[in-house]
Design a protein around this ligand. Structure first.
Ligand code: SAM
Length: 266
């Protein structure tokens, strides 16, 4: 197993545009098919957020990469959203989208799908405008530091975290994965919520020239890690990659969705 430094080295050639093309267009994001993995992820997030318990002042997305879909349901219940990534190139991509610069990735089908799930009759453009207004900052993160957001965000100060495909994709070992989860959960207030999506039994993924090693985790490993980090699992579900979702850009076998809540006493 490689070290944290080796993981960081491998991310130097991460290509956000190739990553988006590999994962965020059909067939993986085919909104005409409810079986597509993206519809599943957006439904899980929508259903958890629609329960009305997940709310507060600040929502932080850990390891946003160049994507915003993971926030489409949750941001509605917070006054401020902070997006984060380890790589400047990804933070740049997000800032370009926030500023609506020419040539940015088109997330409109995602907004349309979530507007339909919410059933409020809101136009996707209106929702997009509100998300852009709600994101206050795009800042660096390193999940391997005890304070992953440095001095910008104090530990124990956050109401809710979202994270998708980050912890297992940047941890060289199970020990590092546990520690990273502990670091991330440390940002939450007691009883803060964590909406976590990740890959099951994946060993690598591609993003242009980059071939990123992933820690292959099982459902059981994820649940044990949450318990070790003093989090209570409120909901847990999995999706098995169907043959049509296997497009040769990784070896992921499934996806997990967890809604967890930090222990009151921690
Ligand atoms: N959240 C996005 C998604 O759902 O597609 C991107 C996930 S991508 C597989 C993994 C992300 O982790 C990349 O954006 C990468 O820059 C980021 N990353 C790499 N090393 C990291 C670290 N030490 N701490 C936090 N994030 C890191």
């Amino acid at each position: 197993m490689s070290s944290i430094q080796a993981v960081a080295e491998s991310y130097k050639v991460f290509n956000p545009r190739a990553y988006l093309q590999n994962n965020y267009v059909p067939p993986r994001a085919d909104f005409s098919s409810e079986d597509s993995v993206m519809c599943w992820k957006l439904r899980r997030l929508h259903e958890a957020c629609a329960k009305g318990e997940i709310k507060g002042h600040t929502l932080v997305d850990i390891g946003s990469g160049p994507t915003i879909y993971q926030l489409l349901s949750a941001f509605e219940h917070f006054q401020e959203v902070i997006m984060t990534d380890y790589l400047e190139i990804n933070r740049q991509e997000l800032k370009m989208w926030l500023n609506n610069e020419p040539g940015v990735f088109d997330w409109s089908p995602y907004f349309e799908y979530v507007c339909k799930l919410e059933g409020k009759g809101e136009s996707w453009k209106e929702k997009q405008k509100r998300l852009r207004e709600c994101v206050s900052r795009v800042i660096p993160v390193d999940i391997h530091q005890s304070s992953p957001l440095g001095r910008e965000v104090a530990s124990g100060s956050i109401d809710c975290l979202v994270s998708s495909f980050c912890l297992e994709a940047c941890s060289p070992s199970l020990v590092a994965f546990h520690k990273a989860l502990e670091n991330v959960v440390g940002l939450l207030k007691p009883q803060g919520h964590f909406l976590w999506i990740g890959a099951l039994e994946e060993s690598y993924y591609l993003a242009g020239e980059a071939r990123l090693s992933v820690l292959p985790v099982t459902e059981d490993m994820v649940k044990k890690a949450l318990s070790k980090a003093k989090c209570v699992v409120r909901e847990f579900s999995t999706y098995s990659m169907t043959p049509s979702m296997k497009v040769g850009v990784d070896d992921v076998s499934g996806i997990f969705f967890a809604w967890a809540q930090k222990d009151a006493a921690k």
